[in-house]
Design a protein around this ligand. Structure first.
Ligand code: FAD
Length: 620
């Protein structure tokens, strides 16, 4: 029992607990089943699984694992074991726990439950769920600001980064005005409906612009490369649960919400911000910044909200958080006119591939595919994630050897989803994917994109730091032309694309509602992108036989994978390096790529700014 002193309480985190898919109650069950108790008993070498009390265990993570190396697909669990609870109910367990050894990545001892509790409590959200009666604290960290002395902050954009910046600043006592060029979710839904049915693209209310930002009519995947267990991500996830997201997003290995869950969540978020005293203005596009002596003093808003065509309104603020996303090209131009420090950033472009979901299920799950049942079954609809490093692909004489190697990867894979139009201008055409929470459509789509960097933007260098934007625009215009207008998307069978041909047979069906037109997509991009896509598709088919299929349809183009630029800011303060009082955040500023990372960036910017405004004195 050496080394076990002091471990009569606290938690053991047991990871990689495997339960065969055929024994598991299924993807939606996040409790403790007998087969899971058996896996726990094995991990702690306890002889009789059924004697272990369920109450002592909490599922922290549950993922479906159908890798071909496994004998059988399985659910993989991470479970926290509460030692005190366990010993209260089953004292005989001590003999086994005392002997438990930490094992890297599988068994870990924690003196206390790990919780992102500080951040969560600072955000003043509980996990009890949202209700309108929640009392809003008027004090925070002991500081109370009289209403008239509160610093005024404008937050431009109501995507995840703008919403979280507003939440933190509102909580900490700033007088926040949130300005959104698009419509609230209710009207935005109607505008998106009109786009799908009547082909009317509202320039300010569409898949990119409007309440909730670009990710609202999306798949709502809550995966991130910035670390699922970091305090920031946990605080954001718990805030989502507070505003109505299902609790299993906290446990699910690949959590996703779907549009139907995102819309009510955003409505609750809006009500809460309003209760907090945040002024929210929709249909209010910020067209300019008021700058005096290198400092932002306010903004100019087009006030179509009040009377269309009635001109603009100037508003004074102490600080401006810029959370405009990556499609606000007019806003980028405006920043350039103010000589804000902007630099081009690498991103990725390509095409979106769509397969019948059943085909992806059978490739990924073999016999188990029958159990998927359009998202209603015990196992999740199958997805995939692919990254392929490619060797040198000739990008022309002027490019360094080092720059020639590229990566092709799948992006924003939407199982059971649909391909949607993300253009903000009718002369341009670009697409992405979305789904509903059940992921029940008969298609699986994913972007296949190739990395591009500032070397590739050379033909557009007259646009300075906005060269990457022009690079995107070039292919969006070509795609619109190839489609023949009216938002019809150019499409090609993958079998034709890899052989540089266009066969005359009719195309397989597509989930894209506004129509597809057979096109030579292999001629849309320069050869260095086309060849990279072709090579990768062939490599993917070796790993996932059947991926190259006459039923697989490529759609063009996917250009807005992330921002083509970065707005420079100071690391600690989040303030622009060139314009005082301006706080660029989120994806549009080049600091995030996805819902979670954008939300986390907005949240930390909120704390950093609150500190500078003397509203907050803590450490984050
Ligand atoms: P945005 O969400 O883009 O928000 C910016 C907001 O600013 C917009 O609402 C815009 O209207 C507003 N705005 C812009 N300019 C102005 C102005 N001048 N004045 C006033 N308001 C302005 N990510 C995931 O993590 N998971 C997914 O499943 C996923 N699926 C996606 C599906 C689709 C169809 C799309 C388009 C994106 C998807 N993304 C997904 C990406 C994700 O939406 C973005 O990474 C995220 O929304 C970025 O957040 P943000 O706050 O930085 O900017």
């Amino acid at each position: 029992e050496e080394g076990s002193e002091g471990r009569e309480s606290g938690y053991w985190r047991l990871s990689k607990l495997a339960v065969p898919a055929s024994d598991d109650p299924g993807k939606d069950f996040t409790g403790i089943s007998l087969p899971l108790l058996q896996a726990i008993a094995k991990a702690i070498k306890f002889p009789v699984a059924s004697m272990l009390p369920d109450e002592a265990f909490t599922v922290i993570r549950k993922s479906f694992d159908a890798r071909k190396v496994l004998k059988e697909p399985q659910f993989s669990y991470t479970v926290d074991m509460d030692v005190k609870k366990l010993l209260d109910m089953e004292p005989r367990a001590w003999d086994f726990i005392a002997r438990l050894e930490p094992k890297l990545g599988a068994v870990e001892y924690m003196p206390k439950e790990k919780l992102a509790s500080d951040l969560v409590s600072m955000l003043n959200v509980s996990n009890e769920g949202y209700n309108n009666e929640l009392g809003i604290r008027d004090t925070h960290n002991g500081s109370i600001c009289p209403q008239d002395k509160k610093p005024r902050v404008a937050v431009i954009g109501s995507g995840p980064s703008g919403l979280f910046a507003s939440l933190v600043l509102g909580e900490l006592g700033a007088k926040v005005t949130l300005l959104e060029r698009g419509q609230p979710v209710e009207q935005r839904g109607r505008d998106i409906g009109a786009l799908a049915v009547r082909r009317i693209l509202q320039s300010e209310s569409n898949f990119c612009f409007g309440e909730g930002g670009a990710g609202t009519w999306s798949d709502g995947k809550l995966v991130t490369r910035i670390g699922r267990n970091t305090d920031g991500v946990q605080a954001v996830m718990k805030t989502f649960v507070h505003f109505g997201a299902p609790r299993n997003i906290l446990v699910d290995g690949k959590p996703h919400l779907g549009t139907d869950k995102l819309v009510p969540l955003l409505r609750n978020f809006r009500h809460y911000l309003k209760e907090l005293g945040v002024t929210i203005r929709f249909n209010a596009r910020v067209d300019d910044l008021i700058v005096e002596e290198g400092q932002v003093k306010g903004i100019v808003v087009s006030d179509s909200e009040l009377r269309p065509g009635s001109g603009s309104q100037k508003l004074s603020f102490d600080a401006v958080v810029l959370a405009v996303g990556h499609s606000a090209r007019d806003t980028y131009n405006m920043l350039q006119q103010h000589n804000v420090d902007i630099s081009p950033k690498s991103f990725a472009v390509g095409l979106r591939i769509e397969h019948p979901q059943e085909l992806i299920n059978s490739i990924q799950y073999s016999e188990l595919a029958a159990e998927v049942q359009k998202g209603r079954g015990r196992i999740p609809v199958a997805d995939y994630k692919i990254v392929k490093s490619l060797g040198e692909i000739d990008a022309g004489d002027e490019v360094d050897i080092a720059e020639q190697s590229r990566t092709c990867y799948s992006f924003c894979m939407c199982p059971g989803g649909q391909v949607v139009l993300t253009s903000t201008d009718p002369s341009e055409l670009c697409i992405n994917g979305m789904s509903f929470s059940r992921r029940a459509s008969k298609w699986a789509n994913s972007a296949l994109v190739v990395t591009v960097s500032s070397h590739d933007f050379k033909p557009f260098e007259s646009h300075g730091p906005l060269a990457g934007v022009e690079f995107q625009r070039e292919f969006e215009r070509r795609a619109a032309m190839m489609g023949g207008g009216n938002f019809v998307v150019p499409a090609q069978r993958v079998t034709d694309f890899i052989n540089n041909r266009l066969s005359v047979t009719t195309l397989p069906s597509s989930s894209y509602r506004l129509g597809v037109r057979p096109s030579k997509l292999h001629e849309l991009f320069p050869p260095y992108i086309t060849e990279a896509l072709q090579q990768s598709i062939i490599m993917i088919d070796r790993e996932m036989p059947g991926f190259v299929s006459s039923e697989a349809l490529l759609h063009g183009v996917e250009t807005r994978t992330s921002s083509p630029l970065q707005i420079s800011r100071h690391g600690e303060t989040y303030e622009s390096t060139s314009l005082r009082g301006l706080y660029p955040v989120g994806e549009g500023a080049g600091y995030a790529g996805g819902i979670l990372s954008a939300a986390v960036d907005g949240m930390y910017c909120g704390f950093a700014l609150a500190k500078q405004l003397s509203l907050f004195h803590g450490d984050i």
